[in-house]
Write a protein that binds this ligand. Sequence first.
Ligand SMILES: Nc1nc2c(c(=O)[nH]1)N(C=O)[C@@H](CNc1ccc(C(=O)N[C@@H](CCC(=O)O)C(=O)O)cc1)CN2
Ligand SMILES: Nc1ncnc2c1ncn2[C@@H]1O[C@H](COP(=O)(O)OP(=O)(O)OP(=O)(O)O)[C@@H](O)[C@H]1O
Length: 191
Amino acid sequence: MSSSAIELRKHMRDARRALPPDTRLRAANGVAEQLLQLPFAPQRGYVAGYWAVDGEMPLHAWQLQLPAECIWCLPVLDDASGTLKFVPWRVGDDTAPNKFGIPEPVFSASALLGAADMAFVAMPLTAFDANAHRIGMGGGWYDRTLGALSAQARPRSVGVGYEIQRVDAIEPQPWDIRCDAICTESRSYFP
Ligand SMILES: Nc1nc2c(c(=O)[nH]1)N(C=O)[C@@H](CNc1ccc(C(=O)N[C@@H](CCC(=O)O)C(=O)O)cc1)CN2
Ligand SMILES: Nc1ncnc2c1ncn2[C@@H]1O[C@H](COP(=O)(O)OP(=O)(O)OP(=O)(O)O)[C@@H](O)[C@H]1O
């Protein structure tokens, strides 16, 4: 990854962390509306969110407004494969921090789901562009996870962030999986 991408990540992480709480809460409501209005908004099945940390866009407003037939899941790191697995999680269920300090559901092996089981995956981002290119934290977790599936087996994947995280252009990398959309507090972007 080029030094400019590293700088961009750092800059955007600082910027989103600096947002005041009221802005963050209003944005969470706005992004929920955008996600619910997507032409391919999930109606049923497993929906993968994330536990917002480090100033990431919170998903609680969306989670609460999803159709009752949707089952909320959170990502868990599978170090053996270098990919994400997913586990259903309800408010009040136990969590434990992963190696990055991000809360994950406490699960038994039988609860583990793969990306192909998901109907929809919401991915945090550090920066994006209007053509729906996204960069994340730099671990490549979402790219490896979705890249392991054929295009037909892949769930809908949507990047989620704040308008302030938009840049003019992101140079797509060969391994990048194009998002089906990027949603912010005020609009949605499509490839
Ligand atoms: N909320 C959330 N959950 C997520 C992700 C994410 O970006 N956000 N991920 C998206 O891929 C996966 C975890 N991937 C990650 C990749 C890199 C870093 C990272 O560089 N963190 C540090 C270093 C922390 C440490 O090593 O102790 C950092 O903040 O600089 C964190 C998570 C799965 N779950
Ligand atoms: N499909 C893949 N196969 C093998 N390696 C991959 C794949 N996707 C990503 N990687 C590796 O992961 C590294 C990080 O990728 P990248 O910088 O695109 O991450 P990111 O999109 O910012 O992070 P994330 O997906 O975790 O949010 C790359 O340098 C690459 O080596």
